[in-house]
Design a protein around this ligand. Structure first.
Ligand SMILES: [Zn+2]
Length: 255
C-alpha cells in the first residue's frame, strides 16, 4: 500500500474534482491520505473531507506564511478542531523566510505556540522549514521536551549534518516529488543516508509534481512514483519500503 502523508486536497484546484482525485489514488493502491492544512479555514476543510472519505485524515495548523492570522481566539478554535478523531497531527507549522523575512519573530512565536499546543494534545507535528533551517533547529533543540509525540520534517531537502541531528533526536523526514527531479543530486544522497524506519512519503499536491508529469497538477495518485524512486535510490525492495512506511505511519500518526 502507498501512503501520502502530506496532500493539500482541500486546495481549490483539487477539491472541485475531489471524488475523481480520491478514486485515482485508490486505483493505484494509495490507501491513506493525510490532508495537510495551512490556516484555519483549510483546517476546517481538511476535517470536512476526512468525514466524507474513509481513507482521508487531517492535520490542523497555521503555516508560517499565515502567522498573522494567529491569535488566542484562533488557537482556541485549532484546539477544538484537533479534538476530532481523524486529526492526526498539528501541521504544517514552522518557519519560512523565502518570501517574508520581516516577520521572523512572529513566525517563531506562532511556531512555538503550536509546538506547545501539540504537546498538550499529544499530537505529532509536521514541520515546514524553507530558507530557515538554522532558526528551525534552534527552536527544536530549545523545545525538545515538548516534542515527545513525533516530529516530521516535510519535503526534507537539507544537509547531511542537519539530517544527522534530526535522526539523533529520534525524529523523521518526509520526501516528495523533488527526489525524482534530475537536479536532485544532494537530495538523492540524503535519501541514501536516511534509514527506512525514519522515512515518510508525500506528494505535497497540488505542488511539486514528480517526473514524468512535471507541469501537470499533482495529486495523491503520484505517490507511487515517489516511493518507487526512493526504493531505487536505496536499492531496496519496493514491498519492504512500503511496509516500513506503513509501520512509521502507524507509529507516529496512529492510523
Ligand atoms: Zn505543504
Amino acid at each position: 500500500m502507498f501512503i501520502d502523508i502530506h496532500a493539500h486536497i482541500q486546495d481549490r484546484i483539487l477539491v472541485e474534482r475531489l471524488e475523481n482525485v480520491i478514486k485515482n489514488a485508490e486505483l493505484v493502491n494509495v490507501k491513506k491520505i493525510i490532508c495537510s492544512s495551512y490556516d484555519l479555514s483549510s483546517s476546517e476543510e481538511a476535517i470536512k473531507i476526512s468525514k466524507e472519505y474513509q481513507n482521508v485524515y487531517a492535520t490542523v495548523g497555521i503555516h508560517p506564511e499565515n502567522c498573522e492570522e494567529y491569535d488566542s481566539e484562533v488557537e482556541k478554535k485549532l484546539i477544538e478542531l484537533c479534538n476530532f478523531n481523524k486529526v492526526v497531527a498539528v501541521g504544517e507549522i514552522g518557519l519560512d523566510y523565502h518570501y517574508s523575512k520581516e516577520n521572523k519573530e512572529l513566525q517563531k512565536q506562532v511556531f512555538i505556540n503550536q509546538i506547545i499546543m501539540a504537546n498538550k494534545l499529544s499530537l505529532p507535528i509536521v514541520i515546514h522549514s524553507r530558507d530557515a533551517i538554522g532558526d528551525t533547529m534552534q527552536i527544536i533543540r530549545e523545545y525538545k521536551k515538548y516534542l515527545n509525540n513525533g516530529v516530521i520534517f516535510h519535503c526534507f531537502n537539507e544537509s547531511e549534518e542537519i539530517l544527522k541531528e534530526i535522526l539523533a533526536m529520534g525524529f523523521y523526514v518526509s520526501f516528495g516529488g523533488v527526489v525524482t527531479f534530475n537536479n536532485a543530486k544532494n537530495l538523492v544522497d540524503i535519501v541514501k543516508k536516511t534509514p527506512v524506519d525514519r522515512i515518510f512519503t508525500e506528494t505535497d499536491c497540488p505542488y511539486l509534481t514528480p517526473v514524468p508529469f512535471r507541469g501537470q497538477i499533482n495529486e495523491p495518485k503520484n505517490i507511487n512514483l515517489i516511493i518507487k524512486k526512493i526504493s531505487e535510490i536505496k536499492n531496496i525492495d519496493l514491498k519492504i519500503l512500503e511496509k516500513s512506511i506503513e509501520n512509521n505511519v502507524k507509529k507516529i500518526f496512529k492510523i
